[in-house]
Unconditional design. Structure first.
Length: 123
């Protein structure tokens, strides 16, 4: 799989897996704080796993790749969420989404950039 396809496919999975986990587990716990914790952990762990999978195939430009990959994955996640909101699948309104979900997604580029820094120091 080429680099661009990897970025897009992994970006879709970085959105899909946490979304699935959050929706599935939130039916067991109704507390909002629990929802926030589950969401944060799911996004962070998924971003770390797919960052690792992406970076292990690179040989240079790790920090640049971390910045670009993180931004692309963030954009993919936001666009897919906005589609669900527009279609009425998600019960969140835009204000709530902007206040609670978008800040959660900011961990994605932080993780990818840090992964780039780690790989730069490793090589």
């Amino acid at each position: 799989m080429n680099k661009n396809a990897k970025i897009i496919n992994y970006g879709l999975l970085v959105w899909l897996i946490p979304s699935f986990i959050t929706v599935t587990l939130s039916s067991f716990w109704s507390a909002f704080i629990t929802f926030e914790i589950i969401s944060a952990l799911a996004v962070a762990v998924t971003a770390v796993i797919f960052s690792y999978l992406y970076f292990r195939g690179l040989i240079e430009n790790f920090i640049k790749e971390g910045v670009l990959t993180g931004i692309i994955w963030l954009i993919i996640s936001v666009i897919l969420d906005l589609i669900l909101i527009a279609l009425g699948v998600s019960q969140l309104n835009l204000a709530t989404y902007a206040m609670y979900v978008v800040p959660l997604y900011l961990i994605i580029p932080v993780i990818t950039i840090l992964m780039g820094v780690i790989y730069t120091k490793k090589k």
